[in-house]
Design a protein around this ligand. Structure first.
Ligand code: WQD
Length: 354
């Protein structure tokens, strides 16, 4: 038995909200405040997305199997279902009465995906197919999908725009690209509108400090630097110091998770208002090297953060930066919090308090 969803289970049960206007806009077709299932909403990015949707007045239900998500990332104003997308009936039950879903739940460790493809096939691909079939069955109209810059593979040119060829170099990126294709078929055949959001390097923590759950065993640069600053790790390995970049270390496009979260809400508005699906990059359009990130972290934290250059990590391109022109144009979105200083400061606030 799943827990009761209260008013979240009834699409039109909450038409009036305390002190707020009606749910429908003038033409009675576009829902302003929606019932949204945030699948993976207890995770790092998911909790920021849930917070943003709540802040904008949507009714949120978080659906999460807590394999990497954390109870401390849940909000009182959101309902919670401890469920797994692999269990189709659970998903259907939770999607009844929902207008849209944000689909974040996925395994995302690039290295692991190359040695355990089966795990990624089941969780990422089967999960996505379940979501789409459940959307058909329940009449869910909108899906916001966490895609990734990993769909592009080795860059043929920079900055990468959405027309760049897609040629993933790891199994994780392959799963994201395949899911995008499933979504576009279900758009065509079932009228389910979707926004595929291709994230570059997500980083930082809620700028208002409301999200405190730290990722377990992180594999990404900034959380590793934070753990080193806290003393829970001995030091940072800099993967390669001889790249063809100004300081010899790799350059990436770090995008603040609060900026990402805002884009999810805007994408939901866009696909519901325009009745069409979109695929857009989300990046800051600024490149930062590993050394720049490290030096900023040393300055902001006041900690020495020991680091040493080691071998290159296989599969790392020297430089990756996004063009986010399409997100600006379609969504009116821009990265507001993605300066290196803010990325590090908000991360440090979360790690330092933990
Ligand atoms: C950033 C830079 C490393 C760790 C990954 C996925 C990508 C997307 C974002 C989800 C690189 C260097 C890292 C360390 C280091 N994910 N580094 N020492 O690989 O750019 O992107 O996350 O969709 O698909 O591939 O991110 O944080 O692992 O690395 O020197 O201990 O930091 O070499 O240059 P990456 P990352």
């Amino acid at each position: 038995m799943l827990p009761s969803l209260g008013c979240h289970a009834h699409r039109f049960a909450c038409v009036y909200r305390a002190g707020k206007s009606v749910t429908f806009d003038a033409d009675s077709t576009i829902l302003k405040y929606m019932n949204i299932l945030v699948i993976g909403g207890a995770g790092y990015i998911g909790s920021h997305v849930a917070r943003e949707l709540l802040d904008r007045g949507h009714r949120v239900t978080v659906f999460d199997n807590l394999s990497s998500g954390l109870r401390e990332n849940l909000f009182q104003e959101a309902a919670f279902v401890h469920g797994d997308m692999i269990r189709y009936e659970q998903l259907v039950q939770s999607m009844n009465g929902m207008d849209g879903a944000v689909y974040l739940a996925a395994f995302k460790a690039v290295g692991e995906s190359m040695v355990k493809p089966e795990k990624y096939s089941v969780n990422n691909i089967v999960g996505a197919v379940n979501l789409l079939n459940a959307a058909s069955e329940t009449g869910l109209k909108y899906i916001i999908f966490s895609s990734s810059a990993a769909v592009y593979g080795e860059p043929a040119y920079l900055p990468i725009d959405e027309k760049h060829p897609t040629n993933p170099e790891n199994y994780y990126g392959f799963t994201k690209l395949e899911i995008e294709k499933f979504l576009s078929w279900y758009d065509r055949l079932r009228g389910i509108r979707c926004a595929s959001l291709r994230y570059f390097n997500a980083a930082g923590y809620d700028v208002k400090g409301r999200i405190k759950g730290l990722e377990q065993n992180p594999a990404n640069l900034i959380p590793i630097i934070m753990e080193t600053a806290c003393g829970t790790r001995g030091g940072l390995q800099i993967f390669g110091g001889d790249y063809d970049t100004p300081d010899g270390t790799c350059i990436r496009d770090y995008i603040h998770v609060s900026d990402l979260a805002a884009a999810h809400a805007l994408a939901l508005d866009y696909i519901s208002a325009n009745g069409k699906s979109i695929t857009v990059n989300l990046g800051s359009e600024k490149g930062s090297s590993v050394r720049e990130v490290l030096e900023t972290a040393r300055r902001v934290t006041g900690k020495p953060i020991p680091a040493a250059v080691s071998d290159r990590r296989p599969g790392d391109p020297a430089k990756l930066t996004a063009s986010a022109a399409l997100a600006r144009e379609l969504l009116g979105w821009e990265a507001k919090h993605s300066g290196l200083e803010t990325l590090i400061k908000t991360s440090w606030d979360a790690y330092n308090q933990a």
